[in-house]
Design a protein around this ligand. Structure first.
Ligand code: NAD
Length: 483
């Protein structure tokens, strides 16, 4: 957008603004003053989106003594938060919510514009997933929240975008919305930060507070300075500032692509090792003892809201500037093909010989262990289990049982008549014909061959192969000598 247009949009008064004007917050670049105001509750912090990222982020601010306003568009999420509970099973979150409510430092708002009006620092933690057959980013939630924040924005306020986004999103999409809705100008009237969230689900609070430095970028030098002051209050590892927002947006995508391509390489080499009769895991461990080798783990698929999504953001942005990102694309294709590959390998076990016998499958019951996209979490977004189910359905199996210790219900599975979700491992295994490990939940590592008399395919390489020695057992990266 031309800068003249940007300025015009910034000055155009929003027609939605319904809250009385408030005096401008004093802009004080003294870190200790800002820290004091945040801790005293004078500078409130609004968190937009109380999900896997927003709930721990709200908790970390509450644990630091701040006054937090939680905003979400889901009534259920808001209702639970107002009782001191989160739908995200993240250690420490419920305690932080409950103590924040008890000390009146945690408020739940339905109205996102009022939350913006009543707060100093606003963190956008809503999701950016994929649309258009998993090819382009879906920025609907970011747009909605930016408009609402813009309508309540005041002079001196600070806004941070946190989700991983295609490079350029903050400056080309979010800032124009904020300026248009508020009639204010970034760097002169308000401040904009981009900070990519880098948590690992299951230990998010610890990651923010102790494990990682915050990567911070700003729309200008004042925004960056404020970002460094604010984030230093909660990140013990400090702040890593980068020179501009696009660099920070790209940084997060590089992390994800590195992991996706590395997993694809591990998958390719695991399949190769299976064919030449080498134990990939043993070979990989030896290779990784060399300090420049960091081969990841192969597996039945790559799921979750991050790793399979970020390469698509790179590919989407690369198409616009006509750059071929062939390795990124190939990595996605290799990983997307893993569920079908593993199902074919598992079915070989069921038939007890190299060639599948489709005729026998219509009488078979298959048990899939794990619906979450990985072990230790209940998050099922883009889980490879859904693709595994599709593959078994294509083969016409009679019944598919899905076990997960952490996922109690799943609307996507309800659509399938012959798919049953259970959190009782004994009943999920009872009378089944084939078991496939899809997620590496800790309890599956403890499975004993004495209890399992049917073929088992370990799609994560977690079972102890020295005790699983029976003929109808196979592991990704090793295969089965009995094929
Ligand atoms: N989950 C992770 O481990 C992780 C890690 C790093 C980064 N991220 C990034 O963080 C983003 C958010 O992910 P998440 O896992 O927290 O998502 P999530 O789905 O767990 O939570 C998002 C929350 O936002 C709410 N929401 C959606 N649209 C809204 C709107 N318009 N207004 C208000 N609330 C709205 C939802 O109801 C939900 O509670 C992801 O897109 C990703 O880029 C996620």
């Amino acid at each position: 957008m031309a800068s003249a247009d940007k300025k015009h949009m910034a000055r155009e008064k929003s027609t939605h603004f319904t809250y009385p004007a408030r005096p401008a917050s004093a802009i004080d670049f003294s870190g200790s003053e800002i820290a004091k105001k945040i801790k005293s509750g004078e500078f409130k912090i609004a968190i937009y989106g109380l999900g896997h990222v927003g709930s721990p982020m709200a908790s970390v601010w509450l644990r630091a003594g701040a006054h937090v306003i939680g905003v979400d568009k889901s009534h259920t999420v808001l209702e639970r938060a107002s009782k001191g509970e989160s739908h995200v099973p993240e250690p420490g979150v419920n305690d932080a919510f409950a103590s924040g409510l008890a000390t009146k430092r945690f408020e739940i708002y339905k109205d996102p514009t009022k939350a913006s009006h009543d707060s100093y620092f606003k963190m956008i933690c809503v999701p950016v997933l994929l649309s258009n057959n998993n090819r382009s980013p879906d920025l609907t939630a970011v747009k909605e929240v930016s408009s609402a924040i813009g309508r309540g924005l005041k002079k001196g306020d600070v806004v941070a975008l946190n989700p991983s986004v295609p490079p350029g999103t903050t400056e080309d999409l979010v800032l124009p919305i904020l300026e248009k809705e508020s009639g204010l100008e970034v760097e002169n009237d308000f401040y904009m930060i981009y900070n990519p969230e880098r948590i690992y689900e299951g230990r998010a609070i610890q990651d923010i507070e102790e494990r990682y430095p915050a990567v911070i970028s700003g729309a200008g030098s004042k925004s960056l300075e404020l970002g460094k002051i604010i984030y230093s209050l909660i990140f013990k590892k400090g702040v890593l500032s980068v020179s501009n927002i696009k660099t920070a947006e790209t940084e997060k995508l590089l992390e994800g692509v590195y992991r996706d391509v590395n997993i694809a390489l591990a998958n390719e080499l695991a399949k190769f090792c299976e064919k030449i009769g080498v134990n990939f895991w043993e070979s990989r461990d030896a290779a990784n003892s060399q300090p420049f080798c960091h081969l990841h783990s192969p597996g039945v698929g790559v799921g979750g809201a991050c790793i399979p999504v970020y390469p698509q953001f790179i590919l989407y942005a690369a198409e616009k500037v006509k750059v071929d990102c062939d390795i990124t694309k190939l990595g996605r294709a290799v990983n997307d093909a893993m569920p079908a590959y593993c199902v074919r390998e598992a079915v070989k076990l069921l038939n007890g010989k190299k060639k599948m016998e489709d005729e026998s499958l219509d009488r078979a019951t298959v048990t899939l262990l794990g619906l979450a996209f990985r072990g230790g979490v209940s998050d099922t977004r883009l889980s490879p289990t859904y693709d595994v189910i599709k593959e078994f359905q294509k083969m016409g199996v009679k019944e598919i049982r899905v076990h997960d210790p952490l996922v109690k219900s799943d609307p996507l599975l309800l659509k399938h008549q012959n798919v049953i979700l259970s959190s009782n491992l004994t009943s999920a295994l009872n009378g089944t014909d084939l078991i496939m490990i899809v997620a590496d939940h800790a309890e599956y590592r403890a499975l004993s061959p004495d209890l399992i008399g049917v073929p088992i395919y370990d799609g994560r390489g977690i079972l102890d192969r020295t005790i699983f020695t029976h003929a109808s057992y196979a592991t990704i990266g090793i295969g089965s000598s009995k094929y």
